[in-house]
Design a binder for this molecule. Structure first.
Ligand SMILES: Cc1cc2nc3c(=O)[nH]c(=O)nc-3n(C[C@H](O)[C@H](O)[C@H](O)COP(=O)(O)OP(=O)(O)OC[C@H]3O[C@@H](n4cnc5c(N)ncnc54)[C@H](O)[C@@H]3O)c2cc1C
Length: 436
């Protein structure tokens, strides 16, 4: 019979340590490993994907400008191709949002995305460390020296040359003494949402219902208290008659443990009320039932890093051309207010795209760390655009590539600031990324 191990957990060294296996972190890890780095990817759940799987967001939005110019590709495209080979992603579609704006998306099955991310990580030779919660980060001056993860084997220590914080909430940067951007007067964190799976839906009837009728139903649902948000926004789960509904709205600071737990419970209540309303009132949904809640409430916004450059909404709207651009995007500024049923939505012109500079990935207080995903250095309004999964994957690819190039180029302590930006841009372009 096997006896439980009594050995103390080992210490590992690696080139790149990625904390958090959401889409941004997983893509960063894969990019770093494909570029030759020894990579650890740590994630608190037993699977990868973050909001994209645990949060069941279920649609990748905004691959292109309103007039159809593609602005996100690279590894994000590969994720979709791999999902398709499992039969788990729909065709790319252009649709009209509840706000009346044109948007594009790829709907996918969150469960199968877990498999795709596993495949990519394993094939690239990334060392996954699942069921691992960040415990602490030790620094010497401006350099991250080690990261401690709490695991089933006890506390595992990893000594990386570069840390990529992809935890969404930037827990690693916080432990490393990093600084964060405050909200401005009148701003509040975007609310969280408990996604829920509902079905079966008769999609022919559901999709034939006019936009005006859906809008009127949503308004009625919101005014009667059945819906927390005046929308009936749904993504079809491929190869099923079920949809993931994005309706609940929870005003919460998800870095506050007690408030987060309360939001999970309130989210399930809101989802249940919404499902009852949908079954009773929405054409095509009469036989449907709530099938599943997302594993966790989806988090739109928590901490934003203070980086070498703070990307502003004005820079997206102008748009500014950055010498150190590492990714592009076209998703508009889309703020879900913490209270009330509406959206604040700043649409962009037909061919409008913007760039994201490398400096927004570099926390000001550290030399060998990068941030990715929904925590990069951007003001509240700019983050409301660049937080989407397509752009998060593009930024992840850039950070992973940058970290591995920095490790290759520099002996001893690594400075991600010293990296030659043109070398990074060339490498990204060669691997299919779009930078403008
Ligand atoms: C309800 C909702 C709807 C959305 N709708 C869309 C949409 O339609 N289309 C679109 O493209 N985008 C959408 N978004 C935005 C998008 O989902 C997120 O911004 C994006 O997924 C962020 O990815 P990320 O990897 O930066 O962060 P996350 O997905 O938050 O990933 C962070 C990862 O780190 C892990 N982690 C966190 N803390 C720790 C720790 N201390 N130790 C170890 N691991 C840790 C988490 O478990 C998670 O896996 C939506 C978001 C929400 C919440």
């Amino acid at each position: 019979m096997n006896k439980p191990s009594t050995h103390s957990p080992p210490t590992f060294t690696c080139d790149v340590f990625v904390c958090g296996g959401g889409v941004a972190g997983t893509i960063a890890a894969v990019a770093a490993a494909r570029n030759g780095a020894r990579v650890f990817l740590a994630e608190r759940y037993g699977f990868l994907g973050g909001n994209a799987t645990a949060g069941a967001v279920a649609q990748f939005n905004s691959w292109q400008t309103a007039n159809g110019r593609k602005v996100v590709a690279g590894l994000a495209d590969e994720v979709v191709q791999r999902l398709r080979s499992y039969g788990a992603a729909a065709d790319h579609q252009v649709f009209v949002m509840s706000t009346g704006h044109t948007m594009d998306r790829v709907e996918y099955a969150p469960e199968i995305l877990k498999l795709v991310l596993d495949d990519m990580v394993c094939e690239a030779g990334v060392q996954p460390l699942l069921h691992a919660q960040l415990l602490d980060v030790a620094c010497e001056g401006r350099c991250v020296k080690s990261v401690q993860m709490l695991t089933k084997s006890g506390v595992i220590t990893i000594e990386p040359r570069v840390l990529i914080d992809a935890s969404g909430d930037l827990d690693a940067l916080r432990k490393a003494g990093g600084t964060f951007l405050p909200l401005s007067e009148g701003e509040s964190l975007q609310p969280a949402t408990m996604m829920f799976r509902f079905g079966p839906v008769d999609f022919e009837r559901f999709n034939q219902t006019s936009k005006e009728d859906i809008k009127a139903l949503a308004k009625r649902g919101f005014e009667t208290g059945a819906l927390a948000r005046a929308a009936l926004h749904a993504s079809r789960n491929p190869y099923s008659d079920d949809a993931w509904f994005n309706i609940s709205r929870l005003s919460v600071d998800a870095t506050d443990a007690l408030a987060l737990g309360q939001a999970e419970m309130e989210g399930r209540q809101q989802a249940w009320r919404a499902a009852t309303f949908i079954r009773t009132h929405v054409p095509g949904c009469e036989s449907g039932q709530l099938q599943a809640f997302a594993t966790q409430v989806g988090i739109r916004e928590t901490r934003r890093a203070q980086g070498d450059h703070v990307l502003t909404a004005q820079e997206l709207l102008t748009p500014v051309v950055f010498e150190d651009a590492i990714a592009a995007g076209a998703y508009p500024i889309d703020i879900h207010p913490a209270q009330g049923g509406d959206l604040i939505y700043k649409a962009m012109d037909e061919d409008h795209a913007y760039q994201i500079p490398y400096r927004s990935l570099i926390p000001i207080s550290l030399d060998n760390a990068l941030v990715v995903g929904r925590g990069i250095s951007a003001d509240h309004e700019a983050l409301a655009a660049i937080r989407v999964m397509t752009i998060s994957m593009a930024v992840g690819q850039a950070a992973g590539t940058a970290a591995s190039l920095a490790c290759k180029d520099q002996a001893g302590n690594v400075s991600v600031r010293s990296l030659n930006r043109q070398t990074l841009q060339t490498s990204l372009a060669q691997s299919g990324a779009i930078l403008k």
